[in-house]
Design a protein around this ligand. Sequence first.
Ligand SMILES: Nc1ncnc2c1ncn2[C@@H]1O[C@H](COP(=O)(O)OP(=O)(O)OP(=O)(O)O)[C@@H](O)[C@H]1O
Ligand SMILES: [Mg+2]
Length: 298
Amino acid sequence: MTTLSQKLPAEVERTEQSSGPAGAVPSLAPVLAVRDVRIGDRSAGREIVHGVSFTLTPGRAVGIVGESGSGKTLTCRAALGILPAPFEITGGSVEIDGGDIDGLSPARWTGLRGATISAVFQDPASYLNPSIRVGAQIAEVVRVKKGLKRRAARRRAVELLRSVHLRDPELVGSQYPHELSGGMLQRVLIAVAIAAGPRILIADEATTALDVTVQAEILDLLADLRERTGLALVVVSHDLAVVAQLCDEVLVMRDGEVVEQGTTEDVLHRPRHEYTRLLIAEHQQYGLEKFLAPGEDA
Ligand SMILES: Nc1ncnc2c1ncn2[C@@H]1O[C@H](COP(=O)(O)OP(=O)(O)OP(=O)(O)O)[C@@H](O)[C@H]1O
Ligand SMILES: [Mg+2]
């Protein structure tokens, strides 16, 4: 089985860098620029995603919401250079840290994934090797991507498990994936994703499968990483409340189209598109009101 570390290897400790607290760094150069990206299905000869644009500076977070099949995951995969066949980028551009990803060699991608751009998806168990202790899996990422010796990598793995607020990180590190709960696994996956100190983290429905309490803890963790390390986030969620809590900007997608885009405040308080209004109405019953209350800390 391919582990996440092999797919998306990972650097750490951006803590002391220049980015400062979340929301306070609008003038920094974008770490991720997605410009009018179009994604096509080569086999069917049709376009699936019809132009998505956003830029992300350190410490900022952009959310992508929209119905199932609207192209959220394909957009993320395009930015990560892992679009599955038969899909391909057919227009526009993606720049990571100022460099266009078009025509990047596999070796350059290996250098970027994990160390610059990383991702957490739903279903953490499928991204971990079931027969290797989770601490060893994280240590391997650190060893490969950061060049740490075996023993230092093990220590670093424990620190990473602690940094994702797992109690008793030594014990967790010695366990196999099947011994951990969904919430713990999701934290382990975040630890793997941040092990090489990426500047961009894409969280695609990363909390969807979790119960409300665990979901809230994971969201706090992402917000904390963002503030402490200047991590830039792309947050994909069905749940507007998740995006309201974490993101500065929101894109609303429907059927491969961005139907509305703006600051979280504008899109959620003053939606212009009927579909956005519908999404908001759907979410009201789940307590979105509390995120929409004026003046409240999101
Ligand atoms: N591996 C795949 N094989 C075939 N079709 C796919 C594949 N991945 C995505 N698609 C199709 O591409 C379109 C966009 O899918 P995508 O996964 O990006 O949607 P999404 O917005 O992430 O949906 P969800 O909210 O359900 O995760 C959909 O029509 C989907 O059926
Ligand atoms: Mg998806």
